[in-house]
Design a protein around this ligand. Structure first.
Ligand SMILES: Nc1ncnc2c1ncn2[C@@H]1O[C@H](COP(=O)(O)OP(=O)(O)OP(=O)(O)O)[C@@H](O)[C@H]1O
Length: 423
C-alpha cells in the first residue's frame, strides 16, 4: 500500500495538472466540433422553430441571413403579416330589433319606369270615375226619395207586403241611374178591391211631389180616356201623343216620368200594341227613360184560386219576409204564362201580384178610411163594419171577396146617418 502510494505520488503531480487541462481542452474541442456540426445541420435543415432547438435554429438562420446580401421585397412583409397572429376583432352584434309593424329592410330606391307611372295614373283615374259614378247613382236615387215612398206604401197599403217589397226593389233598381236602354214596366195584377189603384194613386202623388212638375206624371184611365164609343185609332194617337209629350219634357228636365194606366184589362188591343211599341229599345232614347205602371184585374181569378189553394201555406204578413218566396215564384210564373198568351206586352213586364186581403186588413182599411173622413178610428166599429162584408173561409183565414172595395161606401153611409133629432 505505501509502495503503491509512493509510486503514485510523483506520477500523480504531473498528470494531476495536465490531465484536467487536457480534459478541458478536449471538452472545448469537442464542444466546438459539436457546435460546428450543429451549425452545418441547421444550414441545410428547414427551421422547425420549436423549443430550445428552434431558438438556436432561428438564431442560426438569422446568422445565415446576416451573411446573405439584403434586398427589400414585399414578400417578407406579407410573410410577416401572415405570420403575425391577427388581433381577433370583436364582432359586433348584427341583430337589430325592429317594431313588429315596421319594414325589416331598407326601402328600395329603384327608378319607376314611365309605363308604370302611366299605369298608376290610369288606375287612379278609373278609380276616381267609379267613385264618381257611384256618387251619381246615389244622387239620382235620392232625388226620388224612395225611402219616403217605401214608408208611405208600407203605412197605407195593408196586406200586400210582398207586392210593396217587389215594387220598391224594381223602382230602386231602375232609378239608380238616369241612363236606360228600355223603360220599366210594372204590371200590378189582382182581384177587385185589393189596392192596385190605391197603390197607383200613392205612386202618382209621390212622383208629382218629388218631380215638382205634375206634367211628368200621366194618369190614364181606360174607361175615362177611351170610352167604348170613341174610335180606337183616335185613342191610340192620343195616347201616343201624350206619352211622347211627357217623355220629351222629362228628357229636357233630366227626370224620369211616371205613366199610370189604370183598368188595363179594358184597354183595346190597338192600345196595347201602341204601348208595346213605346217600350221597344228601337225607339229614340228619351222613350227609354220612363216608368209605366199598368193596373189590371187580369189574372185576378187565378190569383184568388191560388191564394185559396195555398191558404194553409200562406204566412201572416209579419212573417212574410221569412219566406213565401217559393209560393210567390210559382204564382209569378203561372201569371206570366197566362198574360203572355193575351198580349206580348206582358212578356216585357215585371208582374206584381196583389193577393186577397185577410179580415184584419179589411178592418185596417175601415179604420184608415174613418180617420180620413174625420171619424174616430174606433176598432170595435171598424170590426163591426168589416163583419158586414163577405169572406172566403179557408184554413183558418177569412179572405174578403171584394177586398176593401166597399169600405169607402160603408164609411160614407156612416157619414150620412141621420143626425139625432134635437128635442
Ligand atoms: N191593400 C189596401 N190597403 C189599403 N187600402 C186599400 C187596400 N185595398 C183597397 N183599399 C181601399 O179600397 C179602395 C178600393 O181599392 P182599389 O181601388 O185600390 O182596388 P183595386 O184593386 O184597384 O180594385 P179594382 O180592380 O176593382 O179597381 C181604395 O180606395 C182604398 O181606400
Amino acid at each position: 500500500m505505501d509502495r503503491g502510494q509512493t509510486s503514485l505520488e510523483p506520477q500523480a503531480k504531473g498528470p494531476c495538472v495536465i490531465a484536467p487541462v487536457r480534459a478541458v481542452l478536449r471538452l472545448r474541442r469537442r464542444v466546438c466540433v459539436l457546435r460546428k456540426r450543429r451549425l452545418l445541420q441547421l444550414g441545410t435543415e428547414p427551421d422547425t422553430g420549436t423549443g430550445a432547438l428552434g431558438s438556436s435554429g432561428s438564431s442560426g438562420a438569422l446568422r445565415a441571413d446576416l451573411d446573405q446580401p439584403k434586398f427589400f421585397t414585399f414578400d417578407s412583409l406579407t410573410e410577416l403579416s401572415s405570420r403575425t397572429p391577427r388581433k381577433k376583432r370583436r364582432r359586433r352584434s348584427r341583430v337589430v330589433l325592429y317594431p313588429e309593424t315596421s319594414r325589416k329592410y331598407r326601402p328600395r330606391t329603384e327608378r319607376q319606369s314611365r309605363a308604370q307611372r302611366c299605369l298608376l295614373l290610369l288606375v287612379a283615374i278609373v278609380g276616381f270615375q267609379v267613385l264618381n259614378a257611384i256618387e251619381n247613382l246615389d244622387d239620382n236615387a235620392q232625388r226620388y226619395d224612395l225611402d219616403g215612398l217605401e214608408k208611405a206604401l208600407r203605412r197605407s197599403v195593408f196586406g200586400q207586403p210582398a207586392a210593396v217589397g217587389r215594387i220598391m226593389a224594381l223602382l230602386r233598381d231602375y232609378l239608380a241611374t238616369h241612363v236606360h236602354s228600355h223603360p220599366l214596366l210594372l204590371a200590378l195584377h189582382g182581384p177587385s178591391g185589393v189596392g192596385k189603384s190605391h197603390v197607383g194613386r200613392l205612386l202618382a202623388r209621390h212622383f208629382q211631389a218629388v218631380l215638382e212638375d205634375g206634367a211628368l206624371v200621366l194618369q190614364y184611365h181606360a174607361r175615362h180616356h177611351c170610352p167604348e164609343l170613341r174610335p180606337v185609332q183616335d185613342c191610340r194617337k192620343e195616347l201616343a201623343q201624350r206619352v211622347a209629350d211627357v217623355v220629351a219634357q222629362a228628357e229636357a228636365e233630366e227626370k224620369t216620368p211616371l205613366l199610370v194606366l189604370d183598368e188595363a184589362e179594358l184597354l183595346p188591343p190597338a192600345l196595347l200594341d201602341e204601348l208595346h211599341g213605346l217600350l221597344q229599345p228601337q225607339r229614340s232614347h228619351h222613350f227609354h227613360n220612363a216608368i209605366y205602371v199598368l193596373l189590371s184585374g187580369a189574372g185576378g181569378v187565378e190569383i184568388t184560386q191560388f191564394v185559396l189553394r195555398n191558404a194553409s201555406r200562406m204566412l201572416p204578413p209579419h212573417l212574410h219576409s221569412a219566406g213565401n218566396t217559393q209560393t210567390e215564384e210559382e204564382l209569378h210564373s203561372s201569371l206570366r204564362e197566362l198574360l203572355a198568351r193575351e198580349h206580348p206586352l206582358w212578356n216585357t213586364a215585371a208582374i206584381v201580384p196583389f193577393l186577397l186581403l185577410d179580415k184584419p186588413d179589411v178592418v185596417n182599411c175601415f179604420r184608415e178610411e174613418m180617420a180620413g173622413e174625420g171619424f174616430f178610428p174606433e176598432q170595435a166599429l171598424a170590426e163591426q163594419l168589416a163583419e158586414q162584408l163577405s169572406y172566403y173561409q179557408v184554413a183558418g183565414h177569412e179572405f174578403a171577396i171584394t177586398g176593401c172595395k166597399q169600405v169607402v161606401a160603408k164609411v160614407n153611409l156612416l157619414q150620412h146617418k141621420p143626425a139625432k133629432a134635437e128635442p
